[in-house]
Ligand binder design. Structure first.
Ligand code: ROI
Length: 173
C-alpha cells in the first residue's frame, strides 16, 4: 500500500539569474530521494511584494509525492536553498532561492518553524496562479476552493513567462 503524501511547494528567486535558480531547484528536487512525480507550473515574473525596493521575482510551484514527513521535507528544502547560496540574514530581503512548503495533503500544522498551509497562501497571486496551473480543482484544508479565490485574485504585476526546460520535461513524462 502506498503512503505517499501530495505536496505543493512554492519557488521564488530574485537574485543571480532567477530563471536559472528555479530550473536548478526543480532539478535538485528531482534528484532528492523520497520525492517523486514532480510537475512544475508555469513560471511567472512578479514585482516584489513587501517593504523596500528589490528586483522582480520569478515564481512557480511544484506538485510532488513524498514519503517524507513535513519536517523531513522542510529540512530537504532548506538544504536545497542553502546549496543555492540562500542567505537568511534579512527578513523580506532579496533571495537567490526560496522554497516554501505550501500544502501537505490536507493537514494543518502550526509549529514555530513550519506553518502549513503557508499563512499567506490565499493572499499572494504569485502563489495562487502557479497552484491553479497544477490543480484547478484544488481545495484548501479550510474548505476554500482555489477557483473561488481566483475570482478575486488579479494578475496585477504578475506575468506568465516561458518556463523552458521544466515545461518540456513535464510534457515528456
Ligand atoms: N514577492 C514576490 N513577488 N515573490 C516572492 O516570492 C516573494 N517572496 C518574499 C517577499 C519578500 C514577501 N516578496 C515576494 O518572501
Amino acid at each position: 500500500m502506498s503512503n505517499l503524501s501530495i505536496v505543493y511547494i512554492g519557488l521564488g528567486s530574485n537574485l543571480d539569474n532567477p530563471h536559472f535558480q528555479l530550473d536548478s531547484a526543480v532539478e535538485a528536487l528531482r534528484q532528492t530521494k523520497h520525492i517523486s512525480a514532480i510537475t512544475c507550473s508555469y513560471y511567472y515574473s512578479s514585482k516584489a511584494v513587501g517593504p523596500g525596493e528589490q528586483p522582480d521575482y520569478v515564481n512557480a510551484a511544484i506538485r510532488c509525492e513524498t514519503s517524507l514527513s513535513p519536517m523531513e521535507l522542510l529540512a530537504e528544502l532548506q538544504r536545497i536553498e542553502n546549496i543555492h547560496g540562500r542567505q537568511r540574514s534579512i527578513r523580506w530581503g532579496a533571495r537567490t532561492l526560496d522554497l516554501d512548503l505550501l500544502l501537505y495533503d490536507n493537514i494543518c500544522l502550526d509549529e514555530p518553524t513550519l506553518k502549513i498551509p503557508h499563512p499567506e497562501i490565499h493572499n499572494r497571486n504569485f502563489v495562487l496562479y502557479p497552484l491553479q496551473d497544477l490543480n484547478s480543482q484544488l481545495v484548501f484544508p479550510d474548505g476554500k476552493k482555489i477557483k473561488d479565490i481566483m475570482l478575486s485574485t488579479s494578475m496585477d504585476d504578475l506575468h506568465r513567462i516561458d518556463s523552458g526546460l521544466t515545461q518540456q520535461q513535464n510534457h515528456e513524462q
